[in-house]
Design a protein around this ligand. Structure first.
Ligand code: FES
Length: 311
């Protein structure tokens, strides 16, 4: 559907909130906390980029959708285009909302953890829990106070116990999580090192995997990544992959048969057995045994020049 940029609001130097409305002012399809929109961005002549952004605010049917976009220094064009080119009144191609990260809180202790711009789905979950009358903890981590956004709205939620963790050093995750208690749930969104830390510490404290829910974000390409040659053992294909393109996308483009779902290292659907080479893991879903055997090719990379997959 086409939606119109109704308003652009700056939150600090790095985050831009976008409010989208129907061109004729119709009420928009309802959404649930944790849902995201898929935007098609016309970044250059004939070139489009697809980007996903979590909805913020109060779930349900409403006259506008709100998203908040961080200007990513490693941007391949999406967030930079939004911050520098998008103007009020512009029409955007929008798909969704998609329920990618549903809130699964019972009546027990409810813990939300947000790292940086990972506050966006947590902002929606905080509003949903608050409106249900359910008390919850929200731990919000940021490198500096200027990077904390949407704080006024969060502070206004009476059922929220807001904990701000500001600084380059992450908080002690054992203390933040505490031991598991029946009915407790953890939802977290942030960069993969934070989520990997939460996954390890929660397992060590007895949190069952069914009570732990993650959504990751962030540029998975890292400086220093080099091109890799991927050999597919079963189909005898060879695909060269450049940094900036995921192995999965390169294989899809080459018409290889691959399974996938989230494309964000969260679901494990794209886990592929590695027969040769040195994989670099950037997912947030695999356990050590799965990592020893294979790689999530939607986010993973290799430190070797080539990688042979059992595909
Ligand atoms: S597609 Fe979900 S982890 Fe790769």
């Amino acid at each position: 559907m086409k939606l119109i940029v109704h308003q652009l609001l700056r939150h600090g130097a790095e985050v831009l909130e976008i409010r989208l409305r129907h061109p004729q002012g119709q009420v928009l399809p309802p959404w649930s906390a944790g849902a995201h929109l898929r935007l098609q961005l016309p970044v250059a002549d004939g070139q489009w980029l697809e980007r996903h952004y979590s909805l913020i605010g109060t779930e349900g049917a409403a006259e506008e959708y709100r998203i908040a976009v961080l200007l990513d220094p490693a941007s391949r064009g999406g967030s930079r285009w939004i911050h520098q080119q998008l103007v009020s009144g512009q029409a955007l191609d929008v798909e969704g909302p998609f329920d990618s990260f549903p809130l699964q809180a019972e009546q027990g202790r409810t813990v939300l953890v947000a790292g940086g711009i990972g506050i966006t789905p947590m902002h929606a979950m905080a509003h949903a829990l608050n409106n249900r009358g359910q008390p919850f903890e929200l731990h919000y981590l940021a490198r500096s106070e200027e990077r904390l956004v949407l704080l006024d709205e969060l502070r206004a939620l009476p059922n929220a116990r807001l904990h701000l963790h500001v600084g380059a050093k992450p908080p002690a995750l054992d203390a933040l999580l505490g031991p598991f208690s029946p009915g407790a749930s953890l939802h977290a969104c942030g960069p993969s090192p934070l989520l990997n830390g939460l996954r390890e510490h929660s397992a060590g404290l007895g949190w069952p995997i069914s009570s732990v829910h993650f959504e990751s974000f962030g540029a998975r390409t890292q400086q220093g990544d080099r091109p890799i040659r991927v050999h597919l053992a079963q189909s005898s294909m060879v695909v060269d992959v450049q940094p900036g393109t995921s192995i999965l996308d390169a294989l899809i483009a080459a018409d290889a048969f691959v399974a996938y779902d989230c494309k964000r290292g969260e679901c494990g659907q794209c886990h592929s057995r590695v027969l040769d080479g040195s994989p670099v893991h950037r997912d947030v879903c695999l356990n050590p045994a799965q990592r020893a055997e294979g790689l999530c090719i939607c986010v993973g990379w290799a430190s070797s020049e080539s990688l042979t997959l059992d595909l």
